[in-house]
Write a protein that binds this ligand. Structure first.
Ligand code: HEM
Ligand SMILES: *[C@@H]1O[C@H](CO)[C@@H](O)[C@H](O)[C@H]1NC(C)=O
Ligand SMILES: *[C@@H]1O[C@H](CO)[C@@H](O)[C@H](O)[C@H]1NC(C)=O
Ligand SMILES: *[C@@H]1O[C@H](CO)[C@@H](O)[C@H](O)[C@H]1NC(C)=O
Ligand SMILES: *[C@@H]1O[C@H](CO)[C@@H](O)[C@H](O)[C@H]1NC(C)=O
Ligand SMILES: *[C@@H]1O[C@H](CO)[C@@H](O)[C@H](O)[C@H]1NC(C)=O
Ligand SMILES: *[C@@H]1O[C@H](CO)[C@@H](O)[C@H](O)[C@H]1NC(C)=O
Length: 260
């Protein structure tokens, strides 16, 4: 009798354990957004939401929720994204949270000459666009990876297209710095944060499906991504993009002792 009770207890423990472990696997599996879920122009935040690191509905997201999700999902440290996240709060009226779709607010963080989204003046600056993405998809021919040089060339080409087709383009130092940071981020989260080399297959899945390519062999970076790791990548990206401003912006104060 005692033995019977003991083995019942053991099976209950086993059952509880297997439920818990399967639900923690499922908790972060990729699920496409439903028609009522909202998403942003940011493939990083969208991927985190599609894997349940951020609320899958894309709403009521606080800055600490973003910091935890970025670290858990991508090993991106808060220093790399805290300013963007705080700016994000200005996209809506809630005191302490934001909705992902509100981040399309033009010239807050969202900018022209993106890699995978149209300019504001095109009418859709929110959704992934395969035509625009082909510049990146076809970059660095002959090898199976993207790097800081190819990322800079992609920025140069995307900006040239926008300058040629969009009379309303905004192209100041602010957009340049954002674009270099974003390029360094895709290279870092999908590749090696210390070299800025990322397999093409992983980067393409990240943009096209907003999915972590775990089934294809991707693993979360084992180095925490910080400004110390992204800055050298951003410098090479910036040089390779041969950027020049076509407009000036006022000095932008983004933190104590940080003016750009
Ligand atoms: C988890 C780390 C993050 C990664 C890996 C990431 C990655 C990226 C990349 C690669 C782009 C460029 C998309 C393109 O040019 O088509 C981008 C754009 C964007 N990101 Fe993120 N991001 C991260 C965090 C954030 C945070 C914290 C915010 C603000 C709450 C943010 C807001 C945006 C916005 C609004 C854009 C659109 C800019 C534009 O192209 O117009 N991102 N992000
Ligand atoms: C969540 O965000 C929605 C807007 O998407 C807002 O209407 C609602 O009041 C928010 N809920 C809470 C609990 O803050
Ligand atoms: C382009 O800019 C002009 C002048 O600022 C403005 O009147 C017009 O609405 C803008 N067009 C688009 C499509 O953004
Ligand atoms: C994608 O961008 C191209 C080039 O700007 C545009 O012609 C096309 O309509 C866009 N596609 C969609 C589905 O919005
Ligand atoms: C990026 O890859 C290309 C092609 O292999 C190479 O020519 C270039 O030097 C690389 N850039 C960096 C920064 O390693
Ligand atoms: C970290 O990841 C890199 C690239 O995937 C790998 O070469 C390296 O062995 C890993 N280091 C550790 C300590 O796991
Ligand atoms: C860099 O830009 C300048 C003008 O902005 C142009 O004259 C030069 O040809 C460009 N160089 C490359 C390698 O694209």
């Amino acid at each position: 009798m005692q033995l019977f009770k003991f083995s019942l207890l053991l099976s209950a423990v086993n059952l509880a354990y297997s439920i818990a472990s399967s639900s923690s696997e499922n908790r972060h599996s990729w699920i496409a957004p439903t028609s009522t879920d909202v998403r942003s122009p940011c493939p990083g935040l969208n991927t985190l939401a599609n894997h349940g690191y951020l609320p899958r509905n894309g709403r009521n997201i606080s800055v600490p929720m973003i910091m935890d999700a970025a670290l858990d999902g991508f090993n991106v440290g808060s220093d790399s994204i805290i300013q963007a996240a705080k700016f994000g709060l200005l996209s809506g009226n809630a005191f302490t949270t934001m909705d992902l779709d509100a981040l399309q607010l033009h010239n807050l963080i969202e900018h022209d000459a993106s890699i995978s989204r149209g300019d504001f003046a095109s009418g859709d600056n929110l959704h992934f666009n395969e035509t625009l993405f082909s510049t990146l998809a076809d970059a660095n021919p002959g090898v199976d990876y993207y790097n800081a040089t190819s990322a800079g060339q992609v920025q140069q080409e995307r900006l040239a297209i926008s300058l040629a087709t969009n009379p309303n383009i905004t192209n100041t130092l602010k957009e340049f710095l954002l674009r270099c940071r974003e390029s360094a981020l895709y290279l870092s989260v999908m590749g090696d944060p210390l070299t800025g080399v990322a397999p093409k297959k992983f980067v393409q899945i990240f943009f096209r499906e907003e999915r972590m390519p775990i089934a294809e062999g991707w693993t979360r970076p084992n180095v925490t991504i910080t400004p110390d790791t992204t800055s050298p990548i951003e410098v090479i990206v910036g040089e390779a993009s041969n950027w020049t401003a076509t407009q000036q912006c006022e000095d932008l104060v983004i933190g104590p002792n940080i003016t750009i």
